[in-house]
Ligand binder design. Structure first.
Ligand SMILES: *[C@@H]1O[C@H](CO)[C@@H](O)[C@H](O)[C@H]1NC(C)=O
Length: 323
């Protein structure tokens, strides 16, 4: 009996190690562009063309990164958030990209982005529907993980809308496991702590979150005006002693996107957002029309002294935090 117990113990330990995220990714905080903050659920392309989330938009971000110095500055991931798919899965059970807005499919986008040395990100939800009521991954983790891997996805943002508190804890771990099984390294961005805290009013076990996710959202979505940035900064200041211990290479607290380029910050407010996010070693994800970035914003975003602070994985939040 003792022999069996020892074997089971060893098996459990091995399982524990196998389950570690350890995908070797996000050793510095991810930098790039994500659609949500500015384009949101940009599906009304005919009536609101300036906020249209489509293939053309994603290609144009890749071109901007490639041609205008953003890539050299470290901006790398181009991430499509919610509202990319058809309203229903295909007969084969797979998620289908919206046929009007993404006529050439996701693999085409991934190839275009990869050909420029950049990386491609997508989005799903652990619940049955996404937050905007497109099909979510609940009950389809394996199918969806395989699809994302086949399409060439390098980064997956996973929301936590419309699920029970206890399900959240198992779902992120299981989906992470299915992503790992595909064999394709994908940065795993979780919204787990946000949903625990602000939807279910319990505290996330950040040690566990940090164990399974490369980055995680702690607080509300950013919106494109200054008071949202003040709110985020206050929350991170208040939580700093709790969250900083989990903040390190491969595992980052995520205060959400930069809002430069959206015509919502003054020059000094823009400086504050970039400087504070760099001091936090936060992910630096733009969300804007790249054609509308003003010269002072471009200079800030390509200020290599600032970026170097933000990408200094060893200093992190450990030393530089506002009190
Ligand atoms: C899967 O997990 C194992 C164990 O942590 C790790 O060594 C491997 O790199 C992971 N693979 C991917 C593709 O994430």
């Amino acid at each position: 009996m003792a022999y069996v117990a020892v074997l089971m113990y060893i098996a459990a330990m091995c399982l524990h190690f196998v389950e570690l995220l350890n995908n070797g990714l996000a050793l510095t905080p991810p930098m790039g562009w994500m659609s949500w903050g500015y384009y949101m659920c940009g599906v009304e392309c005919e009536t609101v063309p300036e906020k249209c989330l489509n293939e053309q938009l994603i290609l144009s971000v890749a071109d901007k990164f490639y041609r205008e110095g953003y890539q050299e500055a470290g901006f790398e991931y181009i991430i499509i958030d919610d509202c990319w798919s058809e309203r229903y899965r295909g007969k084969d059970g797979r998620l289908k990209p919206d046929r009007k807005r993404f006529p050439r499919g996701m693999k085409f986008l991934a190839d275009y982005i990869h050909a420029r040395g950049l990386k491609f990100g997508m989005y799903t939800n652990v619940g049955k529907d996404t937050c905007m009521r497109y099909p979510g991954s609940r009950g389809h983790f394996s199918t969806d993980a395989k699809a994302f891997a086949e399409w060439g996805v390098d980064y997956l943002k996973v929301d936590g809308c419309f699920v029970e508190n206890t399900y959240l804890d198992t779902a992120y771990i299981k989906l992470g496991h299915h992503l790992n099984k595909t064999g394709r390294p994908m940065v795993f961005s979780c919204s787990w702590p946000y949903y625990k805290k602000f939807i279910h009013h319990t505290n996330a076990d950040l040690e566990q979150v940090a164990h399974y996710c490369n980055l995680w959202r702690n607080y509300h979505d950013v919106v494109t005006h200054w008071p949202a940035i003040v709110g985020i900064m206050s929350y991170f200041r208040d939580q700093n002693n709790v969250i900083r211990q989990f903040h390190k290479p491969g595992q980052w607290n995520d205060p959400d996107m930069l809002i430069l380029g959206t015509n919502s910050l003054t020059e000094s407010q823009s400086r504050v957002q970039v400087a504070v996010y760099a001091m936090w070693s936060a992910p630096l994800l733009l969300s804007c029309n790249m054609n509308r970035i003003k010269p002072f914003e471009k200079r800030l975003l390509q200020n290599m002294d600032l970026i170097a602070i933000g990408q200094d994985a060893l200093e992190c939040m450990r030393h530089l935090i506002c009190s």
